[in-house]
Design a protein around this ligand. Sequence first.
Ligand code: ADP
Ligand code: ASP
Ligand code: MG
Length: 563
Amino acid sequence: MAASSRSLSYVVPAVPHSCGTRLRWAMAPPAFVPLATAAGACALHGVGVRGQARHQCQLPGRLSFAAPAGVPRPARRPTAAAAATPRMAVASSSDAPAAASDSSAAGGVTLDRVVCKFGGSSLANAERLREVTKLVKMQLDASAKPPIVVLSAMGPSTNELLSAGDRALTEGVVDMTSIRNRAYEACEELGLSTEDLVDPLLLNLDQLLLGVKFIKELSPRTMDYLVSFGERLSVRIFAAHLRQNEGLPARAVDAFDAGFRSNSTFTNAELCDVTEAQVASFFATSMPADAVAIVTGFIAKDEDGNITTLGRGGSDLTASTIGAALGVTEVQVWKDVDGILSTDPRIVKAAVPVPSVMFEEAAEMAYFGAKVLHPIAMMPAMRANIPVRVKNSYNPSHPGTVIVRDRAVEADNPVTAISVKRGVQLVDIVSTRMLGAYGFLAEVFKLFATHRVSVDMIATSEVSVSLTLEAAKQDSRVMDALAADLRQVARVSFSSDHAIVSLVANVKRSSDVLARSMHVLNEAGIEVQMISQGASKYNISMIVADAKATRAIELIHKAFFGV
Ligand code: ADP
Ligand code: ASP
Ligand code: MG
């Protein structure tokens, strides 16, 4: 069916889809059902259709939509230039956010508003900043309101800041060359003067490192102040570039000035409930409607005005918090991979992108070691039911992964993704006669609570319990005290060097998942020391020796994904 002269043409990444779906105007109709992953761009021809449309699919090339008689032309027509550019697919879930539906109800093809977050790898240098500029401009064109852009520190700046602090403390050396050079090189290549832009911050940083050197102290509070320079530098440079080189009304915003409040758990602070209301009020009252806010990810301030950080990778949480506060159409997190992959690509090079996952599945993955998302980053978006799209800034036409409340269809593959958490400690606790089965578990868990030690996985029998702890997080004095208390009621043994291999899987098909996993592990002589399944609907986890974890992942990945 050819596109009629009344039809509108614009380009979206190839959206996995099937015929027979109902269409609503959004850049990718929300009801599309993922069938397979398709890369590249496909053209979508049509006119604004709300409700049903007869259409023909010619995958992987293009989609054509016939315009039923009398359907009005969408309000906003993409320009020829925009039509030639690969665009973001949006809200391809059955759970399309209200804002997307509203814009379609109004007959427009635009999104209402999005948050775009760019991680360090997307911002490594001036060239990457120029690429990110294209993505921001594309979003400006696609949305009714300007996007809110959240930035991480450029490239490895956070690690460099931490090692600069460490050197000042342990060697008495103040060396911020790499941080200064990255900022200066970016400014120079983008034709920006460093004078008012980055020099004041670099001077503060120098003073801070001198302080660390002479006072010989680097507390978690100081560490947070130290790493905050990374994000504060990147938003200033990028906003200045958008203003000066692109003529856009961009404003650099430190998140704490936009309402981000946290507790004082330095290096891993929790956002206070008041944050979302404050952020909403900031954007309503202190930011002009046409301004493009470039906001620091990762940082907040506590009640006393100290800068805090939200844990490594915390910019994802900043983005999702702003998205929830403003009720945006979607939150985009731009990284250097084609979305959430079936496993860590550093373990299995051929890992495949997962088109769509549910919030709970993404959270399970992050919690069980997938380094792609911050474990609690999804929570605000999940509460507000805002889709989060993980995209690749190096390959923007790829649809990436959309994280939504409900998946439209159950996937054929019972396993969605595999992750690994290393450095796990296993604790075996067997009841002594002093305490019978009755009350045993209560007593054991009371002791873990008293000593504030959190547990990952548990397997129990009537008189024994095995559980896992994250070794890196345990303070040895706390563990000694806990062990002494446990030994009052049980025989206890600790062993280290384990790993949790975690499958985000359809637990309703657990027999299949376990049978296939155990088969390949057994053939390779890899012992499974403990299994946990069922506490969550999405997770099946097994403990193996740390040294065997990589092989275990390779084998299970091959069993379920064929590569
Ligand atoms: P950014 O800092 O740009 O937000 P991150 O570096 O935090 O991005 O996350 C992306 C990286 O996460 C990828 O480069 C990849 O190496 C790693 N990673 C680990 N597990 C996965 C996975 N399952 N899917 C995608 N990426 C993963
Ligand atoms: N820059 C911080 C980090 O490297 C936060 C982030 O990137 O999300 O962890
Ligand atoms: Mg990150």
